[in-house]
Write a protein that binds this ligand. Structure first.
Ligand code: NAD
Length: 464
């Protein structure tokens, strides 16, 4: 029941113009007005948790506890964090002025960019729509948000909730599919914020280029987890299984594959089996499902391809689109399952002899991951990966958790996207930094107007 475009091109343009006009009036420049908006969002969400929980259950099979931990809870943390700090983030900063500009006072003024567009995916449809929105509102923008048509009940619930919290001139939800997104991308927004696939990311960037507008791309990729021989294997297995089984592996920062020191692969595999069993409901019980038939079939092909070396798990129920966690031993990085982001509960395991070999494999075969996880007690090994591989963000001895800390900017690098948000980073992402030099008129140094050689020595003296 994916929702197709309902709004016409004309409707969307009118909505955009109304938001622009509202922005121009200047209400959102006032920090207390923005804070009031954030509070309203917080309260309205609290009142409608049940509606959202039900929608997430129906769209994705998420339990309310998982939905709170990975969606609503993260949004609340971001709102509270912004409410506490916004007056400080938004205040103008006075900065130094060099002597040769004597008499001037310099300041930096964060101002809202204007009217922004947020396009979200289906896998965490609440968090990935609302966390960027919190940042956009904190920075004083108006926003049009387009949730994914693949989580249609959640999109409808978000529309109901945001309509209660905001007038459409300030925040509007547009439900619809790729065509609706394309129609929105034809409008000259002041910032385009996109979370989704690399394929669509390219389209968004091209469209934004036509408007010469800034763009943030939050994309995916193959995020490795490295398990070194000195890792605490039991806790490593538990945290990897936890990160991989969340939302049936349909998480942008899920550990996509493992690189394991060959000396510990056997005990790690045994520990992983145990942890996956503990964490995963049976096929008969309610649990997270694969988003649609096409993705289900894609994952099933990986399970069935002998090149990928399935050796444990992977039971599935085609009718209910459920797949149980599966462990795979692909022949090499050339195997099919290693050619794309898995986005499902399949965990390929490759081994290495020396950590440098593992680092080089990541750099060669799956560069620029969105996340990287390294399990090791050795600072040297941790450093080898944390510093030696370009990736968006990650964790040492854990998975996923870095994205829950609003103090940590969240975003990718190159193929996994660019531009970071969450907390203060989100505020700056949606702000334009206006630099102002306020000059005194009570005197006017005549030197600056001269071009003759005699003043050169003064210029040399002060400008060096
Ligand atoms: P997607 O790119 O198919 O869709 C995302 C959004 O783009 C949807 O709202 C959709 O309507 C719109 N869209 C689809 N086709 C379009 C087109 N041709 N033109 C314009 N807009 C279009 O992504 P998805 O399947 O919803 O999400 C999965 C992907 O998102 C994975 O690659 C995952 O790694 C990535 N992801 C990244 C993050 C992150 O924070 N970096 C978070 C979640 C998901």
């Amino acid at each position: 029941m994916a929702r197709e475009s309902l709004e016409t091109v004309e409707d969307l343009r009118t909505l955009f113009e109304r938001q622009k006009a509202f922005f121009q009036k200047g209400a959102t420049r006032d920090v207390s007005y923005r804070m009031e908006g954030l509070r309203r969002l917080q309260e309205t969400l609290r009142r409608h948790e049940e509606l959202l929980g039900k929608a997430l259950e129906e769209d994705l099979g998420k339990s309310f506890t998982e939905a709170y931990l990975t969606e609503l809870g993260i949004v609340y943390v971001e709102i509270s964090h912004a409410l506490q700090r916004l007056p400080r983030w938004a205040r103008p900063r006075t900065v130094g002025t060099p002597l040769f500009l004597w008499g001037g006072k310099s300041s930096i003024l964060p101002v809202p960019k204007g009217t922004v567009l947020i396009i979200a995916p289906w896998n965490y449809p609440v968090q990935l729509t609302l966390v960027p929105l919190v940042a956009a509102l904190a920075a004083g923008n108006t926003a049009v948000v387009k949730p994914s048509e693949l989580a249609p009940r959640t999109a409808a619930a978000l529309k109901t909730i945001l309509r209660k919290a905001f007038p459409e001139e300030w925040v509007a939800v547009v439900e619809g599919d790729a065509q609706t997104a394309q129609n929105l991308l034809d409008l000259p927004f002041d910032h385009f914020f996109f979370t989704g696939s690399q394929r669509v990311g390219r389209i968004v960037m091209e469209k934004a280029a036509r408007h010469l507008a800034p763009v943030t791309l939050e994309l995916g990729g193959k995020s490795p987890a490295i398990v070194h021989r000195d890792a605490r294997l039991e806790v490593a297995a538990r945290r990897i299984a936890w990160g991989k089984s969340m939302n049936a592996g349909q998480t942008c920062v899920a550990p996509d594959y493992l690189l394991v020191d060959e000396g510990v692969v056997e005990p790690l595999v045994e520990a992983l089996k145990k942890e996956f069993r503990n964490l995963t409901p049976s096929l008969e019980e309610p649990g997270p499902r694969i988003i649609n038939e096409a993705h289900f079939q894609r994952l099933k092909r990986h399970l069935e391809d002998p090149e990928n070396g399935l050796f444990w798990g992977g039971e599935h129920d085609e009718e209910r689109l459920r797949i149980q966690p599966a462990l795979l031993r692909p022949r090499s990085f050339e195997s099919p399952v290693m050619q794309e982001e898995i986005f499902g509960p399949l965990l390929p395991i490759l081994t290495y002899r020396e950590p440098e070999e593992a680092r080089d494999a990541v750099l060669t075969y799956a560069p620029y991951p969105l996340a990287l996880y390294v399990f090791s007690e050795s600072p040297a090994v941790q450093k080898l990966f944390v510093e030696g591989v370009p990736f968006g963000g990650g964790a040492v001895n854990d998975t996923l958790v870095h994205l829950a800390n609003p103090e940590l900017p969240f975003g990718g690098i190159r193929h996994s996207g660019f531009g970071a948000y969450h907390g203060e980073a989100g505020f700056w992402l949606f702000s334009h930094v206006k630099s102002i030099l306020e000059q005194s008129t009570s005197f006017d140094l005549p030197l600056r107007y001269r071009r003759d050689r005699r003043v050169l020595r003064w210029f040399r003296r002060f400008m060096r």
